[in-house]
Write a protein of this length. Structure first.
Length: 285
């Protein structure tokens, strides 16, 4: 097996995933969703009254999150970990090429790990969380946003029904994601203290399913499952587009796409920590 290849049993094709991110960066990333999520992540961080001197931006795209983190009072150093050489623009923030399957940092390296729209690409999410817990200093914070189980439910439905109807069978087209009810438990299993998970839903409208798929490609969020079929038949794509419009179209002829974003908060254990904050909550907006 080549160094850049995934083992046959891996959930994701790591090489394809990195190529998708690199391609998105080269052609101009579609950034409306990542920027919105970055802003909501920073809003949550602003509610915490303490400084984080050493910070890791895990999964940086265009370095906007890393730059926002660097501007926070009390920040001394921000390192951006990128999945592919071309997946971030500019060189004013130190860059490290890193994959979620093997986080290349020493134990207790950071006071804060911030990750925006990256952890849903972990083939072994519990294992990735354990690694992130390891690189945090005692009383360090993990603040992460990832796509949740209701993301692209409309597209999943349309592709499933179209492929079943046209081809007589289905193949995995959209990545599996975790549910809100499981998120805090995963943090706890990974050794985090005071785990909290909440969810927000971002709804976007498009002219048609093809426009949505172009945006997913521009975000580097297209299918990278190891078990995926490499091509989608034209007849299947046409039928999926029709089903999408029939089932999820509005009065103006546009379709709706749902992105559920899970926000995870967990602390590296420290004797000074006391009672946990309130449990998981869900907010729509």
């Amino acid at each position: 097996m080549k160094p850049d290849e995934s083992p046959p049993t891996a959930l994701f094709d790591r090489r394809a995933w990195r190529l998708h991110r690199a391609r998105a960066a080269r052609v101009g990333t579609v950034d409306f969703l990542p920027r919105e999520v970055d802003e909501r992540l920073i809003d949550r961080l602003d509610l915490i009254a303490r400084d984080f001197p050493d910070v890791l931006d895990l999964g940086a795209r265009d370095l906007s999150l890393a730059r926002a983190l660097r501007q926070r009072p009390g920040t001394n150093r921000v390192v951006a970990a990128v999945p592919a050489p071309h997946s971030a623009l500019g060189r004013d923030v130190p860059l490290v090429s890193a994959d979620l399957e093997l986080v290349p940092f020493a134990e207790a390296s950071f006071d804060l790990v911030a990750s925006s729209l990256m952890l849903h690409w972990a083939g072994d999410l519990p294992g990735a969380l354990v690694q992130l817990r390891r690189i945090l200093k005692p009383d360090g914070l993990l603040l992460a946003a990832l796509l949740g189980g209701q993301t692209l439910v409309e597209l999943r439905t349309a592709l499933f029904e179209a492929e079943l109807e046209v081809e007589g069978g289905v193949s995995p087209r959209v990545s599996p994601t975790i549910e809100l009810g499981d998120a805090a438990a995963l943090l706890q299993r990974a050794g985090f203290a005071m785990p909290v998970a909440d969810s927000e839903t971002i709804t976007v409208t498009y002219a048609n399913a093809l426009a949505l798929m172009r945006d997913l490609r521009g975000m580097g969020e297209t299918n990278a499952l190891s078990a995926r079929r490499r091509f989608l038949r034209r007849a299947t794509l046409a039928r999926a587009s029709a089903i999408y419009a029939e089932r999820f179209g509005d009065a103006g002829g546009r379709i709706t796409a749902t992105f559920e974003v899970l926000f995870l908060t967990g602390w590296a254990p420290h004797p000074s920590q006391k009672s946990p904050p309130p449990g998981p909550r869900r907010r729509i907006g």
